[in-house]
Ligand binder design. Structure first.
Ligand SMILES: Nc1nc2c(ncn2[C@@H]2O[C@H](COP(=O)(O)OP(=O)(O)OP(=O)(O)O)[C@@H](O)[C@H]2O)c(=O)[nH]1
Ligand SMILES: [Mg+2]
Length: 236
């Protein structure tokens, strides 16, 4: 039995010199960081999408984001590992002046609307305009219709209309439900796939670079089939 092996006797031997230990310079390579900013009207579900992705849970009680929240997550993709820095902005009008500097510093903008609220969809034009004004075409923009769980009777924006709008404006498109956990992981996989190949721009030292590292949370995503979250039932 393996536990019959005698315990190692205490020794006064000095540890092997560091120079003789195996080293791997590649393991010290910095992780590519990408900044993603979440935009959209009040209450469309920006925080809920992020919370579903980070912690796989959902809170049906609305707690408005005050100012800007920051979270970070490491994603293990097939060919590389990336750290996503998620900037969750407040949809409330009174915080609007804070947002441009976060857009300026992000390589991805996620513009969210509520499929049961037509005006939130129409207002995405303004959010996309704000992103283009700060970043031109040097940015990935994804249009996201949230709250698909509400069903067709509550819907005010069809999937086709959302898709059409995204195609016309050169945006990625996805519908999801933070509540049901539908398409949320797929959304982040889509965003990760669309990230620029180099992290240089995203590693810049702009207005957002001084985020408190105490807020960083690394969660390992296990490899999952593309549609794993689509079949998940609502756990709320
Ligand atoms: N039915 C349904 N409700 C949702 C969904 N996502 C969010 N909600 C609810 O919508 C409300 C607003 O969600 P939040 O995630 O706080 O919205 P937000 O966009 O972050 O709002 P601000 O921080 O004010 O900009 C909350 O009551 C959520 O529970 C969803 O997918 N389906
Ligand atoms: Mg919020």
């Amino acid at each position: 039995m393996s536990d019959s092996k005698p315990a190692a006797a205490p020794t006064n031997k000095a540890p092997a010199p560091a120079a003789k230990r195996p080293t791997s310079s590649t393991s010290l390579a910095p992780l590519a960081k990408y900044k993603l900013v979440f935009l959209g009207d009040q209450s469309v579900g920006k925080t809920s999408i992020i919370t579903r992705f980070m912690y796989d849970n959902f809170d049906r009680h609305y707690q408005a984001t005050i100012g800007i929240d920051f979270l970070s997550k490491t994603m293990y993709l097939e060919d590389r590992t990336v750290r996503l820095q998620l900037w969750d902005t407040a949809g409330q009008e009174r915080f609007r002046s804070l947002i441009p500097s976060y857009i300026r510093d992000s390589s991805v903008a996620v513009v969210v609307y509520d499929v049961s609220n037509r005006s939130s969809f129409l207002n995405t034009a303004k959010w996309v305009e704000d992103v283009r004004a700060e970043r031109g075409n040097d940015v990935v923009i994804c249009l996201v219709g949230n709250k698909t769980d509400l069903g067709n009777d509550k819907r005010q924006v069809s999937t086709e209309e959302g898709e059409e709008r995204a195609t016309k404006d050169g945006l990625l498109f996805m519908e999801c439900s933070a509540k049901a956990g539908y398409n949320v992981k797929s959304l982040f996989r889509k965003l990760a796939t669309a990230l620029p190949g180099t992290a240089d721009a995203a590693n810049g030292n702009g207005a957002n670079a001084n985020a408190n590292s105490a807020n960083l949370v690394d969660i390992k995503l296990s490899a999952a089939p593309a549609n794993i979250d689509e079949a998940k039932s609502c756990g709320c």
